[in-house]
Design a protein around this ligand. Structure first.
Ligand code: ADP
Length: 641
């Protein structure tokens, strides 16, 4: 059943009202009604009753039809209003219609009332439907705009006869045009693309018009609003009206700047990965040569040492060569371990108080023999007084950075001077290692700090090296909070600069560079040392080192034996514990010993940084870096017994 029509009657004469109701009922229209004759009542029912239609008399004692109509206009402009009156002149009727009444009916002609009601209701229904459709359209337009905004996609339409381009909000935004006008002359839009794309765009448009070939282009524009260069993708089709005459081009444009940037970054990353792969291969070729050279000397001269005919002088010189080659080999291995630790993020800095001037002196003493051999002058210049040169930084890393740079300077310089200096600059110490060597072309400056990168071709092998020194130096400088860079020209020498924060040390005394370790040592009271070591030669070496030191050396060939010996014999003073051993590793052995004995000093022999941390966690008292010499061993023993 259709809902009842709600009619608000404005009438003071009951009999007139009943006549009207009767007329409506006669036509079988089901309705509910409210009768009002005062303004207050009218207002109240406009709100509460919400009529579908208002039927009003012209004149009432306390109210009138025009007032009711004007209030309707204000409160419910879409509700039909019909004036039903005894007699009015034509002028009044016109006034009512002008003021918005939907119809007027004379009381003596009431048969017109129902058709008037039906017409008004239909009119309002249509108006409502139109409004709903318009609202929907507006919503859908807003949705489209939002979608275009999110996707950075706009649409456009070129009218080929007027040469005007209609562009959506987003299309205007992409071009950076003012949104007040959606129609833009083609000539103006043609100014946006960068000149190098003009020919391509003209040709693509031409082909679309002449041969209906697909229009799909990517180009760069200069955005009108801010001059930014943006990458654009556009695709369009030719649409000919049914008359065959009127043609438009309908297209979309998309701002693809971000996507393009990502693509470029991916390509750059790919090129870099490929280059890094090539460098790694070159490194592997190179490293085999770098390792074989000192190994060759070690093997060759060790064999010669075994010859009983060799005199004392030659023996000494052979040992020198073996020592030098071993040190060289060790430095290569250290570099490889360092770079892999850097890449695995395992490197930590340990700040200690150092005197930069002392560090320079130490380096000078280290390198002076080598520079003298090559007849190169070595100069180390302090930039601050001794008390001012006392700073907090990681001593080992700073020394290694400087050593690497001096080593390179020495390697790539044949004559002239190598200078190491530093100065205080805005809370940083700026170091400079300069040489008068072969120099480096600026084309290599950006990549020189990449791992494995070497300027000289590997084939010529004029200079030894692994291409790791500068990569390690850069990583260390950055870990210390500084930057590293260079200035160099081929043939004009090289200057490497780097900075570290100038953090003042608070000690007033100037500390020595290194605590001197004794060359050998004799324990005043006999000591028992247990060496847990699975490699026979390593155990023998330690036994030789300890010969004559008043120590009894016991051997355990794995962790399990070490635990058993330590716990069964009560007289052991110190344990030297290897970490990687068969049956039971060093970590497990230390843990088991610590369950029963928390006192005994246990020194882990380790080669890796991460081993050290774990060793301390497991209960070791200290560690000894492998490989170690006699001095290194006594230094640690001195600390614990
Ligand atoms: P390596 O010296 O072991 O090859 P580095 O990383 O220390 O590795 O140096 C990388 C490359 O930088 C060197 O192979 C060399 O080509 C160039 N280079 C470094 N320092 C200098 C220098 N002082 N003079 C000329 N070239 C240098």
């Amino acid at each position: 059943m259709a809902a009842k029509l709600k009619i608000l009657f404005v009438e003071d004469v009951m009999s007139d009202a009943e006549l009207i109701w009767h007329e409506i009922e006669k036509k079988n229209i089901s309705f509910s009604k409210v009768l009002v004759d005062t303004i207050d009542n009218y207002l109240e029912n406009m709100k509460d009753f919400e009529p579908d239609i208002i039927i009003s008399d012209y004149k009432l004692p306390q109210f009138d039809g025009m007032a009711a109509l004007l209030l309707r206009n204000k409160l419910a402009p879409l509700t039909p209003f019909i004036l039903v009156t005894g007699s009015i002149n034509e002028e009044v009727a016109v006034d009512f219609i002008k003021a918005g009444a939907d119809d007027y009916i004379l009381k003596e002609n009431l048969s017109r009332l129902v058709p008037a009601i039906t017409a008004s209701i239909n009119k309002i229904k249509l108006a409502n439907e139109k409004k709903t459709a318009e609202d929907e359209l507006q919503k859908s337009e807003l949705r489209l705009q939002k979608a275009q905004f999110i996707a950075h996609v706009g649409n456009w339409e070129l009218d080929l006869s007027s040469k005007l381009i209609w562009s959506s909000d987003e299309a205007l935004r992409i071009y950076g045009f003012d949104k007040r006008s959606h129609e833009i002359p083609l000539e103006l839009i043609k100014k946006s693309p960068l000149p190098e794309y003009r020919a391509l765009l003209d040709e693509t448009l031409d082909r679309l018009l002449k041969y209906n070939e697909p229009y799909e282009v990517e180009f760069n524009i200069m955005r009108a609003s801010d001059g930014a260069i943006r990458s654009i993708y556009s695709k369009a089709e030719l649409v000919v009206a049914p008359d065959g005459e009127h043609a438009t081009i309908i297209g979309v444009i998309q701002d693809i700047t971000d996507r393009k940037k990502n693509e470029e970054e991916l390509i750059r990353a790919k090129v870099k990965a490929e280059e890094s792969d090539k460098l790694k291969t070159a490194f592997l070729h190179n490293i085999s040569h770098e390792i074989r050279t000192p190994m060759n000397a070690i093997v060759g001269f060790s064999t010669l040492l075994g010859d009983p005919e060799v005199d004392e002088r030659s023996r000494k010189s052979y040992i020198d060569v073996i020592m030098q080659s071993s040190n060289h080999l060790l430095s290569i291995i250290t570099d490889i371990v360092d770079i892999s630790n850097i890449e695995a993020n395992l490197i930590k800095t340990v700040k200690n108080e150092i005197n930069v001037n002392k560090t320079l002196k130490y380096l000078f003493n280290q390198f002076i023999t080598k520079t003298n051999e090559k007849q190169i002058k070595l100069v180390c210049e302090a930039g601050l007084s001794d008390p001012e040169a006392l700073i907090l930084t990681d001593r080992t890393k700073l020394t290694q950075i400087l050593s690497n740079l001096i080593n390179n300077a020495l390697k790539f310089t044949d004559k002239g001077i190598i200078k190491v200096e530093y100065r205080l600059k805005e809370n940083f110490l700026e170091f400079c290692v300069s040489d008068t060597g072969i120099g480096i072309s600026p084309v290599h400056h950006e990549r020189i700090f990449d791992r494995f990168y070497q300027v000289q071709s590997n084939v010529s092998r004029l200079y030894e090296g692994t291409g790791l020194g500068l990569a390690i130096s850069k990583a260390y400088v950055e870990l210390l909070g500084g930057k590293i860079w260079l200035s160099s020209e081929p043939g004009n020498g090289t200057k490497f600069f780097f900075t570290i924060p100038y953090e003042k040390g608070d000690s007033t005394t100037i500390t020595g560079y290194e605590k001197k370790a004794p060359d050998s040592f004799v324990f005043p009271v006999k000591k028992v040392i247990l060496v847990a070591e699975d490699i026979e030669s390593n155990f023998k070496l330690i036994s030789y080192f300890l010969e004559g030191s008043n120590a009894e050396v016991l051997h355990a060939i794995n962790g399990k034996e070490a635990v058993e010996k330590c716990l069964s014999m009560g007289n052991i003073d110190l344990i030297l514990m290897d970490i990687k051993m068969p049956v039971m590793d060093g970590y497990t052995a230390v843990k088991l010993i610590r369950e029963k004995n928390t006192e005994i000093p246990i020194i882990a022999q380790t080669a890796y940084l991460d081993d050290r941390e774990r060793a301390i966690e497991c209960g070791c008292s200290g560690f000894l870096s492998k490989p170690f010499d006699k001095k290194g061993l006594f230094k640690v023993l001195g600390e614990f017994i």
